[in-house]
Every structure is written in structure tokens, then in C-alpha cells.
Design a protein around this ligand. Structure first.
Ligand SMILES: *Cc1c(COP(=O)(O)O)cnc(C)c1O
Length: 253
């Protein structure tokens, strides 16, 4: 199946899952996760109207970005129909020393996992004169192999308590990658946990925290049932990832 067909199918499944959960389909955004896939794949999705994307490494997006942004697809056809503008989110672990580059190249950072990183991003965004949307990544399963703050970590509270002085960040909510379970329903308790944590942080801070980024190819329907506002789907749109290609090392940002 082509990327166009797979994208159409995933969109339909997202809408169906939303309706089945008595939610409006437009309340769940579909992020196309293009890591390891070439600019041509991203452009195919753009030609089908997809504008929200996720990449997990700074350098990888840096190497693909020019080719994507130079495409005629992103240039206005006429003054009456403005060019579509894509939104690229960083969803992989970010080292503090790459915060400046990430703040420059991405429209949002969905994987903020320390107060120090948030402070660095805030400084970088201030220098760039932009407001950066961020999500805080939570490691709900407590897995050592995964990034994110523990749900009970004092640093998580400290980060949210610092939000009023992080003037160039807009703290919109939480993101998680739950432990893998063969049965997608196995992820449900983790999704519930993320939603409850968001509710607690909302009460504590008074921030609206509208965003819950949860659900991937394997389990997005369950995530939508539990309140996801953004599902991050790679494989089901672009096919299997090939980590042997030179632009696609699986390591961290
Ligand atoms: C790769 C990745 C995804 C997409 O995973 P699929 O199973 O291919 O849909 C989602 N979120 C994050 C953080 C990822 O790194």
C-alpha cells in the first residue's frame, strides 16, 4: 500500500476511535512520525494534506529539512491560496547541549524531561524571539531504557512550578511512551495514569494543560479511548523502519 493509502486508513481509524469514545474526531490530532524515512516520504504525506510531523533526532531533521522545505508543495500556488506550513515536533530525547539547535529547527519539543533542559530551551527561544510549545515526557512504566521523568519525581513538580518564569515556553501537557505489551490494551493503565497525572498537575498549577500525546501505531485506538489529543504514528503510515540506512541511526539526539 502507498503512503497515501496508509495515511488515509490511519486517519479513518483515528476518527472512528474518537467517535466510538464519544469524542469529536478533530479533538485528536494525527502526528506522522517520519524518523528514518527520507524527505520523499514526508513530501508524499504533505501532498495528502498532512502538516503535523514528528522526528526523534535533531541531526536527522537538520539533514532532511532543506529538501522538505524547498518543495514546491510548500510554496504558495497563488496569493489567494497560501502555502501549507508544516509543523515539525521533536519527540526523542534531547541533550541540553543541543537545546539551541532544537529550539531553532522545531516548532515544538514534546520530549522535555528535565528542568535544566526546559531552562535551556527557554533561553534559546528567548534569543530566537519565539515562543516554543513544549510537552513534558513522563516515563509511566519506569523503564530504565526509556526517557522521561518519573510520575512521582520531585523534578516533575519543580518543572511545572517553574512555568511562570519560563516565559518563552508554552507548557501544554504531557507525553508518554508506555512499556510495550503484545496486547495493545495492556497499555491502557499507563494511558489512564498519564491522564490522571495531567489532571493533578492542572489542579496544582492552574494551567489548562490541554495536551496528552499518547498512542502509537500499535495502540493508538486505546490511547484515544483514554483521552489522547495527539497520536504519534510512524509504522502504520510509512511502513517498517530500516535502521541500516545512513541517515537513520537509532541512537538518541
Ligand atoms: C518512533 C516513535 C513513534 C512512532 O512509533 P510507531 O510504532 O512506528 O508508530 C511514536 N513516538 C515516539 C516517541 C517514537 O520515537
Amino acid at each position: 500500500m502507498s503512503i497515501a493509502q496508509q495515511l488515509a486508513q490511519v486517519k479513518e481509524r483515528v476518527a472512528q476511535a474518537a467517535r466510538a469514545a464519544n469524542r469529536a474526531p478533530e479533538d485528536v490530532r494525527l502526528m506522522a512520525v517520519s524518523k528514518t524515512h527520507p524527505p520523499a516520504a514526508i513530501l508524499q504525506a504533505i501532498s495528502c494534506g498532512q502538516i503535523l510531523f514528528g522526528e526523534n533526532r535533531v541531526q536527522e531533521w537538520e539533514s532532511k529539512r532543506e529538501e522538505v522545505l524547498a518543495s514546491p508543495l510548500l510554496v504558495a500556488a497563488s496569493s489567494s491560496s497560501p502555502a501549507p506550513k508544516i509543523q515539525m515536533h521533536l519527540i526523542g530525547h534531547l541533550q541540553s547541549n543541543k537545546a539551541a539547535k532544537a529550539a531553532e529547527l522545531f516548532d515544538a519539543i514534546d520530549s522535555v524531561d528535565s528542568l535544566r533542559l526546559a531552562e535551556r530551551l527557554n533561553q534559546s527561544a528567548a534569543r530566537l524571539n519565539k515562543i516554543l510549545n513544549i510537552l513534558v515526557e513522563v516515563n509511566v512504566g519506569g523503564e530504565l531504557s526509556k526517557a522521561g521523568l518519573a510520575p512521582t519525581s520531585p523534578e516533575l513538580l519543580a518543572l511545572f512550578d517553574a512555568s511562570s518564569r519560563l516565559t518563552h515556553l508554552r507548557l501544554l501537557g504531557l507525553m508518554t511512551v508506555p512499556p510495550f505489551t503484545t496486547d495493545p490494551a495492556g497499555a491502557r493503565p499507563y494511558f489512564v495514569q498519564l491522564r490522571q497525572l495531567r489532571d493533578q498537575l492542572r489542579q496544582r498549577t492552574g494551567l489548562p494543560l490541554p495536551e496528552l500525546s499518547m498512542g502509537m501505531s500499535h495502540d493508538f485506538e486505546i490511547a484515544i479511548q483514554e483521552g489522547s489529543t495527539c497520536v504519534r504514528v510512524g509504522t502504520a503510515i510509512f511502513g517498517q523502519r530500516d535502521y541500516s540506512s545512513p541517515t537513520a541511526a537509532p541512537s538518541e539526539s
